[in-house]
Each structure stands twice: as structure tokens, then as C-alpha cells.
Design a protein around this ligand. Structure first.
Ligand code: PMP
Length: 429
């Protein structure tokens, strides 16, 4: 997890311009509207994860690639009943437009959910969004001018990097270790950026069960990170979709719980309930919250009413925390299967040991290239995500992200065994 130098990328403009001109010539041949796109559209690329979905979904392939939650344990009969009742009794509301900020009844319950993260919030400061992905988009939209800096962990969630790229932010990575983001490195990077006259708009961080690194920011470091950002006047964007999915302990206090004014906190029901409802949220300082609502209204008018009322009903009528506990024990079993198989089949690699969430981050033996190896892995019927997807600057070839959320423990073991065959064959080349 190396740092990207604050000055990285400088001096490469002529190369970029030549490449851009070549891309423009090729693009115009394929797409008559190519020269009409806004600059930011040219920076948009299919995520490495998305382009894998088609292959990884073939039944013969063991996919250790996707971050799809395993929703097999959901109480579908209960949800069917609940939905029928919702439509019968409150259909006129559930099928209508709603307010831009989201339904108060749900925002009140979200405040209760965030108590597990030691956050004491007011429903007025919550904005309901279309998954936390939309919240990432909204926060970036209201803060980022082209060329502004976003500081982010090395590595970082691929979907956030895509948003930052779309708004033409420069991402500067800061290293992590087994205890998460390294405070001294953050301080050093922010100091260097300030000296270089760069405008840093926010720190993007996933403190719990990091995607893709699998690590968790230690309790000791949490107030330190908050203090460093406060000192440098840098907002924190805390993204916490996995926080309730800890295998052994209750969640650590969120960064938001240390500094209400300096942190925008993002939550989601995608991993603790079901992603299909597409409901997440942002908890923001008052003025930021107002901007988020305006930005969201112009993007989507209002978040899904059907989704919001369904989740509000589920939270108030079902033992949702019991469901979360079931997820935890299922994912713990899968994590154990993954780590056991790695120790058995790939002892020459190293990997992080996640205490929750979906992912482990594997370091390949020296000289192997995760991106180049991927087609051979897929031929060998196993898929992963190359580490390069999680950096803004092409680092990560020596890493793969393996997810243990979706396949059964037996399939995970088989997938790692197949991966080991590929790694061993590559090592001999
Ligand atoms: N942040 C992180 C770290 C994620 O892993 C994901 C989903 N993979 C999201 C945000 C977006 O999730 P959703 O939009 O479903 O809430």
C-alpha cells in the first residue's frame, strides 16, 4: 500500500496530450458524438469490476471478484407480506414522489441505526440517497472543482475512485497498514500538499472492514485522524457500509462521533439488509446537508419512496439486528474458509485478516502481475479483482482483492485452489 507522491503526475502532460489526441481520432471514428462530450466524460471508464461481472457470473467460474452481498438468508415470505400490506394500506404514498431529503419516518430510524456507531444525530441532518454511491456522487459534486485534491487511502474503493475521476479530482493516496490509515503519513501528505499550494477538499476513508484492504482503523488512531484533518481544515468523508458486519465485536466509534462538524458520514442498507432497495444516507453538518439536498433534488427529485417505506417498515416490524447477526456468522464462516484455503494453497502470498466485511487483500509473490494474470485465472475458472482497480495511478499490480461474501465455503476453497494453480504456473514462467 504505497503512497502516491503529492507531485505525481506532473511533467506527463505532453504524453497525455499525445495519447488524448490519438484517443480522439479513434473515438471519432467509433462514435460521431465523441468530440461533443464534456471533458469529464472522457475520463469515465468501465470499472474493472463491472466488466468482470459477465464472466464471473458463469456458473463454472468461482467468483472471488464481486462485492455482492449474499442475501439468501433474507426472510422473503415476510418481505412479500410486508410489501403487499404496504401497498394496500399506504400505496398512494409509497407510489408517489416524496421530499428531496427523504422520509422523516426513515430518517428517524437511521438515527437509531447510527447509535451502534456511537453517533448521536438529529433526523434533520440526514439525507436519504440512492445507495451510498449516490451520496458519494453528491458530496463530490458539491465540493470538487476540476484539479482539486481528494486524499484517499491506498488502496481505495473502486466506485469512489470512479466518482472522483468523473468530477476531475486529483486523488492522492496515503498508505495504510494493518491498523488502517497511518496518521503520520496523512499528516505528512497534507503538509506537503499545502506547501505545494494544492487545494485539498476532503479525506475519503472507509474506516471499518475496508474495501478492498480488509483492515479496520484502530480505536487509538480514530481521534488522531480527526485531529489531523481538523488542523489542516480538511473535511472527512467517512464511508461506512460494512460497519455492522464485524465478526467478533460491536462497531468502534465512527470518526463522526469525534467531530460532528468536520465529518460527512455515509451509511447504507445494502450490506446489512439488501442492495436492491437502493437506500443509503448521508449525515452531514447542517449547511452541507442543505447543499446535498439541493444537489440530490436536481439529480433525482426524490429518493425511492417504495424503497424508503419498505425499509422503514422492515426496521420497525422485523428483528433486523437479528438478521445482521445472521449475516455476521455467515460471513465469518466464509472468511475462515478463505483464510484457511490461502494458508493451505498459497503460503507464499501474504494477506490481511479482516475482522468483518467482505474482503481480503492479497500480496502476490514478487514479480507477478495481477492484471496480466487475470485472463489466465478466468481460463482456470476463478475470478478476482486486480489491485490496480483500487488506485488512481496504476499501482496495485502486486495485489488482488478476494471477496468471500458470495460463494459458499466449499466454493471459496475450490476458488483459492484454482488461483494457486495459476499463481504457481505464473511463478514458473
Ligand atoms: N462504499 C463502499 C466502500 C462500498 O463497498 C460500496 C458498495 N460496494 C458502496 C460505497 C456503495 O454501496 P451502495 O450504493 O449499495 O450503498
Amino acid at each position: 500500500m504505497n503512497a502516491q507522491g503529492a507531485q505525481a503526475g506532473q511533467g506527463e502532460h505532453s504524453g497525455h496530450e499525445v495519447a488524448a489526441a490519438a484517443a480522439a481520432r479513434a473515438g471519432t471514428r467509433l462514435d460521431p458524438w465523441f468530440s461533443s462530450y464534456a471533458d469529464r466524460a472522457h475520463g469515465m471508464r468501465a470499472s474493472e469490476v463491472r466488466s468482470l461481472f459477465a464472466v464471473a457470473n458463469r456458473p463454472e467460474v468461482v467468483s472471488l471478484a464481486g462485492g455482492m452481498p449474499n442475501i439468501d438468508g433474507l426472510p422473503l415470505d415476510f418481505l412479500a407480506e410486508m410489501t403487499a400490506k404496504l401497498l394496500r394500506e399506504r400505496g398512494a404514498r409509497a407510489l408517489q414522489y416524496g421530499g428531496g431529503q427523504g422520509e422523516e419516518e426513515l430518517r428517524e430510524q437511521i438515527v437509531e441505526v447510527m447509535r451502534y456507531d456511537h453517533i448521536h444525530a438529529h433526523p434533520d441532518d440526514v439525507v436519504v440517497t440512492t445507495g451510498s454511491q449516490q451520496a458519494l456522487d453528491l458530496v463530490t459534486e458539491i465540493f470538487i472543482n476540476p484539479g482539486d485534491v481528494v486524499v484517499a487511502e491506498a488502496p481505495s474503493y473502486v466506485g469512489a475512485l470512479g466518482v472522483f475521476r468523473a468530477y476531475q479530482a486529483d486523488v492522492v493516496h496515503v498508505p495504510m497498514d494493518d491498523d488502517g490509515l497511518v496518521p503520520e503519513e496523512l499528516d505528512r501528505t497534507l503538509t506537503e500538499l499545502a506547501r505545494a499550494g494544492r487545494r485539498v477538499k476532503f479525506l475519503y476513508t472507509v474506516p471499518n472492514f475496508h474495501n478492498p484492504a480488509g483492515v479496520t482503523l484502530s480505536l487509538e488512531r480514530r481521534p488522531q485522524i480527526v485531529e489531523i484533518c481538523r488542523r489542516h481544515r480538511v473535511l472527512i468523508l467517512e464511508d461506512n457500509p460494512y460497519g455492522l458486519l464485524g465478526f467478533d465485536a460491536d462497531p468502534l466509534p465512527a470518526l463522526k462521533s469525534f467531530d460532528s462538524d468536520g465529518v460527512v458520514y455515509l451509511g447504507s442498507f445494502s450490506k446489512t439488509f439488501a442492495p436492491g432497495y437502493r437506500v443509503g444516507w448521508a449525515l452531514a453538518p447542517h449547511a452541507v446537508r442543505e447543499k446535498l439536498v439541493l444537489a440530490s433534488e436536481s439529480a433525482i427529485l426524490s429518493p425511492t419512496m417504495m424503497g424508503q417505506l419498505s425499509i422503514a417498515t422492515y426496521l420497525s416490524t422485523y428483528d433486523w439486528y437479528g438478521q445482521v447477526k445472521q449475516y455476521r456468522s455467515m460471513y465469518r464462516e466464509r472468511r475462515d474458509a478463505m483464510l484457511g484455503a490461502l494458508a493451505e494453497f498459497l503460503p507464499e502470498c501474504s494477506w490481511t485478516v479482516p475482522d468483518g466485511g467482505f474482503y481480503t487483500w492479497v500480496t502476490l509473490p514478487e514479480g507477478l502481475d495481477a492484471q496480466a494474470m487475470l485472463p489466465r485465472a478466468v481460463t482456470n475458472l476463478v475470478a478476482y479483482v486486480s489491485g490496480t482497480a483500487f488506485y488512481a495511478d496504476g499501482q496495485g499490480r502486486d495485489h488482488v482483492r478476494l471477496s468471500f461474501c458470495y460463494p459458499t465455503p466449499e466454493r471459496i476453497r475450490e476458488g483459492v485452489r484454482r488461483l494457486a494453480t495459476v499463481v504457481h504456473a505464473e511463478s514458473e514462467l
